[in-house]
Design a protein around this ligand. Structure first.
Ligand SMILES: O=C1C[C@@](O)(C(=O)O)C[C@@H](O)[C@@H]1O
Length: 254
């Protein structure tokens, strides 16, 4: 278990939360255009949301698009994410294909971090995490609920489970019904920070009410935050430049 995750020139889990921008293009042409546009933004990490890609069911096409993206942004840390429909993503695929897709991405060596959904099932998650590590990739183990925020103990237990399964970066994104739910997410984040200083976590409360959680990570213990470029991949994300300003404001006050 590492205490920070160092990817290329970026150390996640140290200092200001790192800004991650999702790429949501549907075609290779759109993805290339998006990757080009990212070069002029003040960001730290890029996430390819491959569930938006119209050829996601063709592994060779996915690998080719990954290589194209890599060519355009060779030096930026890249997260490979297939977000399933049940966790707020664009498409549903079989568990078998999910594992195959993520293994193929890890094997290319082009993605620095692979996002694996916690609730895919331990029998799939554990071997996938081990395989990604063997290929030299880090792993985010993630969970999303676009409808509600569970109690604090449940949030902590999911993040702990992600850590136990070998996730380098446990992650959870939850929808708040009210401001109390935002506090619950933040409290769970702080508990993880206190209990496991060796394990950076990524947390966010979504939509407008949850936005505060996307800028307060340095105080409460979330190591990475998602900002939008052209199109947000989840409710509550704010544009990268505003996000940087807010993170710097918090940072300077500490
Ligand atoms: O898991 C996450 C977090 C996220 O859902 C958000 O709320 O910012 C955005 C997704 O692209 C990413 O994979």
């Amino acid at each position: 278990m590492t205490s920070t995750v160092k990817v290329k020139q970026v150390t996640i889990g140290e200092g200001m939360p790192k800004i991650c921008v999702p790429m949501v293009g549907a075609t290779t042409a759109e993805l290339k255009e998006e990757a080009e546009a990212l070069k002029s933004l003040d960001l730290d990490v890029v996430e390819w949301r491959v569930d938006f890609f119209d050829q996601v069911e063709n592994i060779e096409a996915v690998k080719a698009a990954l290589a194209d993206i890599r060519n355009i942004i060779p030096d930026l840390p890249l997260v490979f994410t297939f977000r399933s429909a049940k966790e707020g993503g664009e498409k549903e695929i079989t568990t078998e294909y999910y594992a195959e897709l993520n293994r193929a991405a890890a094997a290319t060596g082009l993605a620095d971090i692979i996002d694996v959904e916690l609730f895919t099932g331990d029998d799939t998650v554990k071997p996938l995490v081990d395989y990604a590590h063997q290929q030299g990739a880090y792993v985010i183990i993630s969970n999303h609920d676009f409808h509600k925020t569970p109690p604090k103990a449940e949030i902590v237990s999911r993040l702990e489970k992600a850590r136990e399964l070998g996730g380098d970066l446990p992650k959870i994104a939850l929808m708040p019904a009210d401001a109390g739910d935002v506090l619950t997410l933040i409290e769970a984040t702080y508990t993880m920070k206190e209990k496991y200083p060796d394990c950076p976590v990524i947390t966010m409360s979504m939509a407008g009410k949850g936005m505060i959680s996307r800028i307060a990570g340095e105080v409460f213990g979330s190591a990475l935050t998602f900002g939008s470029a052209k199109k947000a991949s989840a409710p509550g994300q704010i544009p990268v430049s505003e996000l940087r300003t807010a993170l710097e404001l918090v940072h300077r006050s500490l």
